[in-house]
Design a protein around this ligand. Structure first.
Ligand SMILES: Cc1cc2nc3c(=O)[nH]c(=O)nc-3n(C[C@H](O)[C@H](O)[C@H](O)COP(=O)(O)O)c2cc1C
Length: 226
């Protein structure tokens, strides 16, 4: 539900909290609960290739672990974004909840989600999304829509799935499809306020690699000018 234009958004607390997670989580929950846009968990993901060329696209945030400190999205791991993240495993994320006058910026290193998480998430997807993950060589050219629908039909035939079949059918996860975790090293919470006197809180911390994960140092927090 769009925010009433006359309703002024609240600035951040006068004393910024020591860590950003509770505020971030409450903003995400509010965006979802109020259905403030069709895809409130959509986020822009920016990556950079080995020639230093940035690229951005929207993906869905499919989970947040505030304890370990990451967000996860799922994708085709042969796609351009995946190739960029494999070559240069750092990402920048943006949530923009315009009706709430809020933006969140996140930066940090990227790792693969564990295979068990990707399996579980894949199994929870609707069957047509699972078939599509098999049928689509994401971001590769295709001569026509018909050619794509033929690839979908071929994937359905491969797994013995009737077109439009519903729940109860199980197909495996393609090995080239899975999750990436973006570990939060920087988070900025931005609130749009009247007169361009926007409010911005910036939290940063040091992440130290520890196997497939990171251990986090203490947050540093500061307020930024708009
Ligand atoms: C609202 C929205 C949500 C999307 N969610 C995803 C997603 O979760 N995973 C994904 O691979 N692509 C998603 N896409 C498509 C991507 O934006 C993009 O077109 C695709 O992943 C190919 O990107 P690449 O060529 O940079 O790898 C979404 C697009 C929109 C508009």
């Amino acid at each position: 539900m769009p925010t009433n234009e006359n309703q002024t958004p609240r600035p951040l607390p006068a004393e910024l909290p020591k860590e950003p997670w509770p505020l971030f989580q409450s903003w995400l929950d509010e965006a979802v609960e109020k259905k403030i846009q069709p895809h409130p968990t959509a986020m822009t993901l920016a990556s950079v290739d080995l020639e230093s060329r940035p690229a951005a696209r929207v993906v869905m945030c499919r989970g947040v672990d505030t304890k370990q400190g990451w967000l996860v999205f799922y994708t085709n791991q042969r796609s351009p974004k995946a190739r960029e993240l494999e070559a240069n495993p750092r990402a920048s994320l943006i949530f923009h909840w315009d009706p709430l006058r809020r933006q969140v910026r996140i930066d940090g290193p990227v790792t693969h989600a564990p295979a068990a998480d990707s399996d579980a998430y894949f199994a929870s997807r609707p069957l047509d999304s699972q078939i599509s993950a098999w049928a689509s060589d994401q971001s590769e050219p295709i001569p026509s829509r018909e050619a794509l629908l033929e690839k979908v039909a071929a994937a359905e035939a491969r797994f013995g799935v009737q077109h439009g079949a519903g729940a109860g059918v199980r197909i495996p996860r393609p090995s080239h499809w899975g999750g990436y975790r973006v570990w939060v090293e920087l988070m900025e919470l931005w609130v749009g306020l009247p007169g361009r006197n926007h409010d911005r809180g910036l939290w940063t911390r040091t992440l130290t690699p520890a196997g497939d994960a990171f251990t986090a140092g203490a947050w540093r927090v500061t307020r930024l000018q708009p």
